[in-house]
Design a binder for this molecule. Structure first.
Ligand code: HEM
Length: 303
């Protein structure tokens, strides 16, 4: 496109908006060039690490959580596009799930930064200042679940036995697997980590689950005829990476810091973490229809 043509198009654009193109062209002449640091908001990004102690490794802990939240945002960015797409083609789904898998793998492959990248003794001191905060309170982690699958797939075995035959969304949330991290089902008492998390996010989770009813990615994939073996493999891979492989590197890190000397220390979020964090206990699967009964029974046993 030559410059004259380009100027004419700019003229046309602003005339259509009822504006004087000359004003905008003059503005363009004076505008400063954009910089990397402004566009990427580098200063803001690098000002977000605010340790509560003087332990150097606390910054690693904060930054790695922030990096994870950004990756979860990248994943949600793709997952939301999959959820709203009207026409699923094999190519679209393969492309999107390849991206989503790539992000999940990066989270799994980098988790060593948490396990081996911090001083054991320092971590075990500074973590006390974080209570009752816990990664458990990551809302994006739950938003991903609610876009990917129905609430019926976010129940563990005991939850499925407890729940009524035609539950409301609210009842589902009373029995959802993650409540087991902070609710004593015998006494009905909730710990502070769970109470604060629900106060902030439960209403958002309920509205999202209602909006996604029958329209989650799993619901839509189940209805899709003629899925290729390649696509099914990709969907199973994501399900396994997010719901077994990541939980296992995370659990092994928790074991490293909280139990490597057999002391079974309490986590900042106060859960019975050794039991709660096991994929076999949580039984969280996004796409159960694509697994055999045997694979479901052995969920989380082999990795
Ligand atoms: C030293 C590193 C870490 C340790 C020792 C650790 C430990 C734990 C423990 C024990 C729990 C169970 C809840 C509780 O009682 O607090 C938990 C939950 C959780 N943590 Fe971590 N964590 C670590 C790093 C991370 C990181 C980097 C993330 C990334 C955001 C994260 C995200 C989560 C999530 C999403 C849950 C809930 C999992 C679920 O409900 O299935 N954690 N963590």
């Amino acid at each position: 496109m030559n410059i004259e043509n380009l100027v004419n198009q700019i003229k046309e654009k602003y005339e259509k908006l009822g504006e004087n193109p000359e004003t905008y062209l003059k503005g363009l002449l004076q505008a400063k060039p954009i910089n990397y640091w402004d566009y990427i908001e580098v200063d803001t990004l690098l000002s977000l690490q605010k340790p509560r102690t003087n332990f150097k490794d606390e910054e690693i802990f904060i930054m790695y959580h922030q990096v994870t939240e950004l990756f979860l945002k990248l994943m949600l960015h793709e997952i939301k596009q999959v959820a709203v797409e009207v026409n699923y083609t094999e190519e679209f789904l393969m492309n999107k799930f390849t991206r989503i898998i790539r992000y999940t793998q990066m989270l799994i492959n980098s988790f060593d930064i948490m396990k081996d990248g911090m001083n054991y003794d320092d971590y075990n001191v500074f973590r006390a200042t974080l209570a009752p905060a816990s990664g458990f309170q990551s809302a994006q982690f739950r938003f991903i679940e609610l876009h990917c699958t129905g609430l019926e797939n976010l129940m563990n075995e005991a939850g499925r036995e407890r729940i009524s035959s035609n539950p409301t969304t609210e009842e589902y949330f009373d029995h959802i697997y993650w409540k087991d991290a902070g609710l004593n089902r015998k006494t009905g008492k909730k710990n502070l980590t769970l109470t604060l998390f629900e106060e902030k996010y439960l209403h958002q989770f309920i509205s999202l689950a209602n909006a996604m009813k029958g329209k989650t990615i799993a619901d839509r994939l189940n209805e899709l005829p003629n899925k290729s073996e390649a696509l099914l493999n990709l969907l199973r891979e994501f399900d396994h990476l997010y719901n077994v492989a990541w939980p296992m590197v995370h659990l092994n890190t928790a074991k490293h810091y909280l139990d490597s000397k057999n002391e079974n220390q309490q986590a900042t979020g106060g859960s019975e973490w050794k039991k709660y964090l096991m994929p076999k206990f949580q039984q969280r699967k996004f796409f159960p229809a694509f697994w055999s009964n045997e694979e479901k029974e052995k969920w989380g046993e082999s990795i």
